[in-house]
Design a protein around this ligand. Sequence first.
Ligand code: PA5
Length: 431
Amino acid sequence: MNKFKLDISKAINEKVLVGYQNKVSKIHQDIIKGQGQGSDFLGWLNWPNDYDKAEVNKMVEVANKLLNKGVTIMVVIGIGGSYLGARAGNEMINGIFDRAENGMEILYAGNSISPTYLNQLEKYLKGKSWAINVVSKSGTTTEPAIAFTVLKAALETSFKDANERIVVTTDASKGTLIEVAHQEKYPAFVIPDNIGGRFSVLTPVGMFPLICSGADYKAIFSGAQDALTKNLANDDLTTNEAYRYATTRFHLFKNNDKYSNEFLVTYEPQMAMFGEWWKQLFAESEGKEHTGLLTSSATFSTDLHSLGQFIQEGSRCFFETVITVATPEKDIIIPKTEGDINKINYLTKFSMQEINQKAFNGVIDAHVSGGVKNIHIEIGKMDSYHFGYLVYFFELACAMSAYLLEVNPFNQPGVEVYKTNMFKLLGKKGY
Ligand code: PA5
């Protein structure tokens, strides 16, 4: 069942919220007319409707060709915005252990500089049929460049048809990767110029790995289209959920110095990587000019056994945004044990989903009574549709949120500082 429900009643008073209407309306006009800071990077705004259908067909064709060849593992090489979306989607949709019947296992590389990780990955790949999708908009990022060089050599050692097992996702004309793709005749997919890394999940950056994973790409776009239709058509703060969320978090941050952190909480381990994607989206978009909320994420009830004490009684410096899922893939009925040896027979009248729901209700009451403001999002299922919906919802909310803070949502000057320093230390030409 498709469902998306936002509840901000435990975080802000409705009258206070609508007090921001004029401000939000003005920013909304700037967004849709492309007049705000960084508006060269608004390609994602209408992307769920405008995406290149022929390119998506080509992605399906390339994935099928690899599957027909017997490829069972796709190693996605990328970092930051060129990695997190694919992994968030793959885990949310396919789960942590599972892979779709008609899909590949997706593994990741180039998201660190750890030789140990790369060695272990190579060991795991030995004897298996694998391929590479290297993803880099600039084509110059050090981490993926190293991993690509190492894994390409390993692929060439293992397979005669190595050249047919490499797929490139990069800029249409800039950077070294596109040159390599042309030279070696690798299939290449384009990251549009006007879409930055963290807003690129629905482009080939996320979509090719997700298609390889067997995710329902049509449903992903359909979820994103619904989020676009519902949230971009009008700016009314009584109905526009993306703007309601953005304004609430802005209000908590700006009007109450205490709330300098936002926790994205889920009750589903397979959404932990979604939290990682969300963290980057907001932190890299807002964390500049010495402002912005620090984004953190947690999985409950797991983290209640580590962070629970702090959340209940520690420094009141954060609020929570909790995502719950109405319907699990498959519920579990707890079996009664003879003699009640585990002392949990009283629970057998509930399914595990019902217990998870009770945990959520109990936790929310406890945290709210402990002074933690709470925003709640409920989605129907962890599937392709809801992944697409959430991605677009948060992207639009993020643009509004950064503009409320009066920063450019689409640049990342701070990330460049570290990259430049590293190039200098490593003696790269020109640095
Ligand atoms: O969001 C961003 O811009 C960054 O996280 C980049 O995606 C990341 O640095 C990787 O860059 P590239 O795709 O150019 O390799």
